[in-house]
Design a binder for this molecule. Structure first.
Ligand code: PBG
Length: 331
């Protein structure tokens, strides 16, 4: 076939996309397992791992199974783990007393993991939702209608110190109370935990994408309804300026890194933060994001692996240094 005469297009972007070698050479963003943090659920007892139906491929692990899972993840090069406790309903109270039991599940789990894998980074949530009978992240005020800020912060500082004492590398306040970062930093320092870091869930939105997580830890059941309303403390999904202000306050109060959560629908927020702070940034690709991609993949409506890779790449491109993701193990 005769080659037709080229059009007059001297500048052609496709030269830099021509072969896989060239594309690889100029690739601007990458996702390596070392950037990823795997969320893991732990439950008391010696039972077999319980599968979580809304989070396919994820389990509630006993402490010994959790250690084995952490070892597998470390071997695969995953960057770290975030551990969430599943507390039996009978130990949940309005005052979240079990959260301050130094022999409680999460503290034993962290101690055991750190003994086996001292170098493997462990993140631990600071929040009361696994422990409250109402499912909220904090203590309720006198009217019982809303979470009380200051008594919650006071409680969280004690939880953070216990988590640091158990060996968490980072405590991660996910509660969205005002002033908690400064008070937690102060409490950690006063107790001698100057080296324990604070990952602030700084831009955490009142999202509809936490459903599978709440099933996994059982806070949906505590609320007795699927509409656990956290809008008086988690950010309005319509906000952009307000949450940037909030996140930058966490930096001033001493956070070592800031998180945006959920990730995929909030990439603009991630980019805003990237342009307004020099701190490292984390993004949490939450349970509902995983569930969406997974379910469409299972149906064959999208290619699971490619959609997964693209979702993580986009989060990195928007500015995340590290990503909490339920895909960590598969990557
Ligand atoms: C609660 C907490 C939540 C998640 C992490 N920590 C849920 C919530 O705010 O109700 C959600 C994570 C996910 O959906 O994967 N402190």
């Amino acid at each position: 076939m005769k080659k037709s005469r080229p059009l007059n297009i001297p500048i052609r972007s496709r030269r830099l996309r021509r072969t896989s070698g060239i594309r690889r050479l100029f690739s601007e963003t990458n996702v390596s397992p070392s950037h990823l943090v795997a969320p893991l659920f732990v439950v008391d007892g010696q039972g077999k791992p319980e599968s979580i139906s809304s989070l396919p491929g994820h389990f509630r692990f006993s402490i010994s199974a959790l250690v084995r899972e952490a070892q597998r993840l470390a071997r695969r090069g995953v960057g770290g783990i975030a551990i969430f406790p599943v507390i039996p309903q009978r130990l949940r109270t309005p005052g979240a007393k079990e959260a301050l039991n130094p022999k409680g599940l999460i503290y034993r789990a962290i101690r055991t993991i750190k003994k086996e894998l001292p170098e493997f980074p462990v993140f631990a949530d600071v929040a009361l939702d696994p422990y409250t009978s109402h499912g909220h992240d904090g203590l309720l005020n006198r009217s019982g209608k809303d979470v009380d800020n200051d008594s919650t912060v006071r409680f969280l500082t004690r939880q953070a110190v216990l988590l640091a004492d158990a060996g968490a590398d980072f405590v991660a306040p996910s509660d969205m109370m005002d002033g908690r970062i400064g008070y937690i930093r102060g409490a950690l320092d006063k107790a001698g935990f100057t080296e324990t870091g604070i990952l602030s869930y700084a831009a955490k939105f009142a999202s509809s994408l936490y459903g599978p997580f709440r099933d996994a830890v059982g806070s949906t059941q505590s609320a007795g309804t699927h509409s656990l309303d956290k809008r008086s403390y988690q950010a309005d999904p319509a906000s952009r300026r307000a949450i940037l202000r909030d996140a930058l306050l966490d930096e001033k109060e001493g956070a070592d890194l800031l998180m945006v959560k959920p990730a995929g629908p909030y990439l603009d927020i991630l980019r805003d933060l990237r342009e307004n702070t020099l701190l490292p940034l984390a993004a949490y690709q939450v349970s509902g994001e995983y569930a969406q991609i997974h379910a469409a993949g299972q149906k064959g409506w999208v290619d699971l692996q490619k959609t997964r890779n693209e979702s993580l790449l986009s989060i990195r491109r928007a500015g995340a240094d590290i990503i909490f993701t339920y895909f960590a193990k598969d990557m």
